[in-house]
Design a protein around this ligand. Structure first.
Ligand code: FES
Length: 339
């Protein structure tokens, strides 16, 4: 058996066995690297190799590797971003307003601030209604108060929750919020950022865009937002804000009713030629997300997207492990998840 190796994870030194994955090596020392599928699919476990030797098993992009696939092959230092632990908050609906014929903005204030990364999502339960998952976002133009969570909700005529926005669910309604969850959050970096949104996928993408303009202004930014019908391009004020802020590649698309400057077609039609320097964030209908992920993979570009899940969702491996470790409230074992 080879000698044990020294692994430094976020500044903490541990001993690891050659051949074990970075995730298992970390767990052996009671350190939790965020992960989910453990099969190289979800990208949630990507870590940065600062120095030293690891066997990346073909997962390396730049200085990053997938910790669920990469094995220890010598001494090394790795880093990953520590995320806020999921918590529960009580809140109340403060505002409900239509942004377009089919999209409502709902603003919730909570008893204590809920910390999340731009692009993550939370589980929102309006009292008396089933829980749903939505990404907190920013107000389209005005500043967003840290004590408020802003959501974009598509109004489905037969939706158990969304059909009651403005009638059964209105200002004063009590809510419970749990989170944050998700891995499609803005990471540090210096390569171009390509943000793609369809419909209310604009919520996480707008959150990422605002954060990028606030903290990573030197990054080249491309933003593409679309809706099937031009009358539901509710994000236009935000797109104008980005252009006023100096972002030159901002595109709005619609399949129905497009007229200059709105481009005809889907957001994927206007995706730039991707390269391995690009980082792509995509949110929206699964067809759009799958297509953009496929194109990113073909170009070896990093792509982040949290899937819109079917109606019954198990807690992720990361959430289950987090509960074992006792960090935060974690997710319940079963939850409705129709974003
Ligand atoms: S890719 Fe590693 S946990 Fe999913």
């Amino acid at each position: 058996m080879s000698a044990r190796c020294e692994l430094t994870i976020n500044g903490k030194s541990i001993e690891a066995n050659p051949g074990e994955t970075l995730i298992d090596a970390a767990l052996g020392a009671w350190l939790l690297i965020p992960h989910d599928c453990r099969s190289g699919q979800c990208e949630s476990c990507r870590v940065t190799v600062v120095s030293g030797d690891v066997d990346d098993h073909g997962t390396r992009i730049g200085h990053t590797v997938l910790a669920c696939q990469t094995t220890v092959s010598g001494s090394a230092e790795i880093r990953f971003e520590e995320l806020p632990a999921p918590v529960k908050r009580a809140g109340v609906v403060r505002e409900c307003r239509l942004l377009s014929p089919e999209i409502a903005e709902v603003v919730v204030t909570t008893d204590r601030v809920l910390d999340y990364r731009p692009g993550q999502y939370v589980r929102l339960k309006f009292a008396g209604f089933p829980a749903r998952e939505y990404s907190p976002t920013c107000r389209l133009v005005d500043e967003t108060d840290p004590s408020e969570l802003v959501f974009h909700i598509r109004l489905l005529p037969d939706g158990q929750v969304s059909s009651r926005i403005g009638t059964g669910i209105k200002p004063g309604h009590r809510v419970h919020v749990q989170g944050p969850f998700g891995n499609a959050y803005l990471r540090d970096g210096d390569g171009p950022l390509i943000l793609v949104a369809g419909g209310i996928g604009w919520a996480p993408v707008w959150s990422v865009a605002r954060a990028a303009r606030a903290t990573q202004r030197d990054r080249h930014l491309v933003v593409i937002a679309g809706s099937r019908d031009a009358e539901n391009l509710y994000m236009k004020p935000a797109l104008n804000w980005l252009m006023d802020d100096g972002v030159r590649e901002v595109f709005a698309t619609a399949e129905i009713g497009a007229a200059h400057p709105v481009l005809s077609g889907r957001p994927s039609h206007y995706l730039p030629l991707l390269s391995m320097e690009d980082t792509v964030y995509v949110a929206g209908p699964s067809g759009l997300v799958d297509l953009v992920k496929h194109k990113a993979r073909a170009a070896s570009a990093q792509c982040y997207a949290d899937p819109f899940l079917p109606s019954v969702q198990k807690a992720s491996m990361f959430d289950r492990v987090r509960r074992v470790f006792g960090a935060g409230a974690g997710a319940p074992p079963l939850a409705i998840a129709t974003r």
